[in-house]
Design a protein around this ligand. Structure first.
Ligand code: 5GP
Ligand code: ZN
Length: 118
């Protein structure tokens, strides 16, 4: 399958990977929209939230727990962060492989308004 994020998960396309396990790969966004901009992806190719099936219930739960773990690892858990799923072109999704954006690291609240992100 010709999917950029599948290739990153398989490590055939390079990325700054900061964490990986059997189910997820976590890496730095190539075009960060915040001082800290991380993407959490499942190894399983799922196009978007719209394409989740009942069998993915545990995967999506673990995806949030992975985000929590990464936030702690990066020491941003206390200060706070945003978690965003863009869904479909109207929602700003460009890459058709499910990914959770983790955004953080702003100095103040005005800086925190990320263009294209809620
Ligand atoms: P979307 O707009 O689909 O929700 O988010 C896709 C994200 O993937 C964007 O923030 C974009 O900067 C990032 N991205 C696109 N291509 C690459 C790449 O080759 N490597 C990495 N690390 N990030 C990418
Ligand atoms: Zn994929």
């Amino acid at each position: 399958m010709d999917c950029l994020f599948c290739k990153i998960a398989q490590e055939t396309v390079p990325a700054s990977i900061i964490y990986k396990d059997d189910e997820f790969v976590v890496f730095k966004d190539i075009n960060p929209k915040a001082p800290i901009h991380i993407l959490i992806i499942p190894r399983k190719h799922i196009v978007s939230i719209n394409h989740l099936e009942a069998e993915d219930e545990s995967l999506i739960g673990k995806m949030f727990l992975t985000a929590k773990k990464i936030a702690k690892k990066l020491e941003i858990d206390e200060k706070g962060y945003k978690l965003v799923f863009n869904v479909g072109r109207g929602g700003g999704q460009i890459i058709d492989h499910l990914h959770l954006h983790l955004l953080a690291g702003w100095k103040n609240s005005t800086e925190r308004n990320v263009p294209g992100m809620p």
